[in-house]
Design a protein around this ligand. Structure first.
Ligand code: GLC
Ligand code: CA
Length: 512
């Protein structure tokens, strides 16, 4: 196995969207001190690691994914010292924290971009991807045109206000397309490693990397981008061997080849992630049709290709997709978490998913969220003013709260042993007590359909997971003995000769 930071063996991540987690000073926006005040809540849930979305200086046209200064915390969250205090408080609790690194683009307000718009050559001329005439756009990409003294169009990476940083072209086809080893692309990568060095040396434990697979252009098979990340990994192994990186790439074979310790399966990409949770008839809903084979086949393919290289991570959700509770309800959520917390790879729980926070319908877009805004509403702590998120007047909240009278809260669910949060807590404790269930434990699928069955193993420990999300009892051939049941959600599995009878909406784990 290629070396990885030891803390990844049993890391369970909690994703914090800083704007919406906890507001300590009553301005309506979450902040670092608010997060610090809730670290014990995260620890109590059982998570021992955090990924926090971007928290840097920004005009916030894309919620902070449009960075104007990589070295400075956005004042609305606090100072750099507050952020460093957050790192320390995390470490005091035996936890780790990843920041969000956005290497693909900056805000159009970034001083680098302003310098690169100048007609005269300067240090930043090649920091972004520009064509050499304003009349030429880059085929296949959006571009910024007619905004500069410089004669050229600048490639856009995502929204129009996010010009693409220049890491070169794998197959340059036009004179302005620089090869990946040209000076401009090399300097961009050095600048990004400097940003990493800055935060790692102040106590952060690594990064979630935004759009990690998109850095080198004209790179169909990802070879150029893979080579680029291999350089970053070599730098980390040398200077910060305990740091971890996870990619928003969605193709683990490429991402882990590039040196990432972990890659996300998510909404886009070939992984069939959406079949499970977010489609018309998701596999994990009781109205699902039981077809999980496309997901399992792809997962097994990735697993075999990436064996021993790192982790494939299946998040409960994130700030870009609908809340899990938009498509799954009641026990369906518990069953889905039984899956998420017994699979290999590091689990990632999006804040509020542990209490089944709902997607807030009908909101206007906030800071470039558009449809995503409904998944970014303030955390619901308790029944006090603004659900305990903030003391600000309600109209000053960053995003409106879920208006439902029966909206779930952390406090109510902590007091209720039958709540979703209590189930998630139990599942995390189970995972932490059994190395076979942890991040690097082996997996072998036994049955893909209703039920889903897989073996998890590590050393001498062999565990069988049986999950039936459907509304009906299911039967499946199984000639072996089941062993001892160590976890059970809802009714118990029965063995009837060579047949297993698996109750509706149930999940169980057996020690073989
Ligand atoms: C990623 C982020 C998303 C952002 C985009 C551009 O997909 O997760 O929130 O808008 O990249 O940075
Ligand atoms: Ca605040």
């Amino acid at each position: 196995m290629s070396r990885h930071p030891a803390w990844l063996d049993n890391a369970i991540f909690y994703q914090i969207y800083p704007q919406s987690f906890c507001d300590s000073n009553g301005d309506g926006i979450g902040d670092f001190q608010g997060i610090i005040s809730k670290l014990d809540y995260i620890k109590d849930l059982g998570c021992n690691a955090i990924w926090m979305n971007p928290c840097f200086e920004s005009p916030f046209l894309d919620a902070g994914y449009d960075i104007a200064d990589y070295y400075k915390a956005a004042p609305r969250y606090g100072t750099n010292d507050d952020l460093i205090q957050l790192f320390d408080e995390v470490h005091k609790r035996g936890m780790h924290i990843l920041l969000d690194l956005v290497p693909g683009h900056t805000s159009w307000n970034h001083p680098w971009f302003k310098a690169s718009m100048k007609a005269e050559r300067n240090e930043y001329t090649d920091r972004y991807v520009w064509t050499d005439s304003v009349w030429e756009e880059a085929a296949g990409y959006g571009s910024l045109r007619g905004i500069s003294e410089r004669d050229g169009s600048c490639l856009v990476n995502f929204f129009t206000h996010q010009p693409a940083l220049n890491y070169g072209f794998f197959n340059p086809e036009r004179p302005w397309q620089q090869p990946i080893d040209a000076e401009g692309p090399r300097k961009t990568l050095e600048a990004m490693m400097d940003v990493m060095r800055f935060w790692l040396s102040r106590g952060c434990d690594g990064f979630r990397v935004d759009m990690a697979g998109s850095l080198v252009k004209n790179d169909k098979d990802g070879k150029g981008t893979i080579a680029l990340w291999q350089k970053v990994r070599a730098f980390l192994d040398k200077e910060f061997p305990e740091a971890a990186i996870i990619s928003e790439w969605g193709e683990p074979d490429k991402a882990l080849e590039g040196g990432f310790h972990m890659d996300f399966l998510f909404q886009s990409g070939p992984s069939h992630y959406n079949d499970l949770f977010r489609c018309e008839e998701p596999y994990f809903s009781s109205r699902g049709k039981g077809d999980v084979t496309a997901f399992v086949d792809k997962y097994v393919e990735y697993h075999n290709k990436t064996k021993n290289k790192g982790l494939i991570c299946i998040p409960s959700g994130n700030h870009d997709i609908d809340r899990l509770a938009r498509t799954l309800h009641g026990d369906e959520l518990k069953v889905a978490f039984a899956f998420l917390l017994t699979m290999p790879g590091a689990p990632y729980i999006y804040y509020g998913d542990e209490i089944g926070m709902r997607y807030v319908e009908g909101l206007h877009s906030v800071e470039g969220g558009y449809r995503r805004t409904g998944s970014r509403s303030p955390m619901q702590w308790d029944n006090s003013t603004n659900a305990g998120f903030s003391t600000a007047p309600v109209e000053k909240l960053y995003i409106p709260l879920d208006p439902a009278a029966d909206r779930p809260t952390a406090a109510a669910q902590m007091a209720d042993p039958t709540s979703l949060r209590s189930e998630v807590q139990r599942l995390i404790a189970l995972r932490q007590a059994h190395p076979a269930l942890q991040n690097f434990g082996e997996i072998e699928f036994v049955h893909a359909g209703y039920p889903l069955m897989y073996l998890r193993s590590s050393g001498d420990e062999n565990l069988l997971v049986i999950i039936n999300p459907s509304a009906e009892e299911k039967r499946v051939e199984y000639a072996q003995t089941l062993g001892t049941c160590i976890y059970q959600l809802n009714s118990a599995v029965r063995q009837d000769g060579n047949t297993l009878v698996v109750p509706a909406q149930s999940a169980s784990v057996f020690r073989k």
